[in-house]
Design a protein around this ligand. Sequence first.
Ligand code: IMP
Ligand code: MG
Length: 175
Amino acid sequence: MEELQVLITRAQIAAKVAEIAERITADFAGESVVLIGVLKGATIFLADLARQIKLDATFDFIAVSSYGNTRQHSGEVRLVKDVDQSMAGKNIILVEDILDTGLTLTYIRNLLLAHQPKCFKIAALLDKVSRRTEAIDADYVGFVIPDEFVVGYGLDFAERYRNLPDICVLDSKRA
Ligand code: IMP
Ligand code: MG
């Protein structure tokens, strides 16, 4: 069994999500937004965030594969599921669980910018700044975290632990 240590509690997450939702609500006052979740890790963050954004909002989802079942980034990003609708002229808020090297979001950003949206913003719950290799940052960041492998609140290791309510560090010596 792997060992888990709580890094960010559900209460800390809830407070931060409320704060980000308030900022987005203010930044897009009077406008409509499309929340695009990156499957599957962002689903829980998107669900909580969306319910606190007081704007006219729709959802879409995109899926890419990059990590497989290991912790190492393959360096390749492959599109598994595109958005369902054209994003031309839309206010896009891309919702992602974690920004790590930045390879995934760079790929998705380029894909979505080709739609010529009105506005493109990134909301990332977690940010491992020290691991970044690409020139990309999130507009809305929940927590900057150290270079540890974390699970819970949508984040997985080999598809497990997504349902943990807190964000936990997975023991680095084991899995
Ligand atoms: P990037 O392309 O290196 O920025 O990686 C982003 C993706 O890697 C995220 O969407 C996550 O799926 C995955 N990832 C990166 N770090 C972690 C982690 O600590 N736990 C779980 N997934 C992670
Ligand atoms: Mg992910």
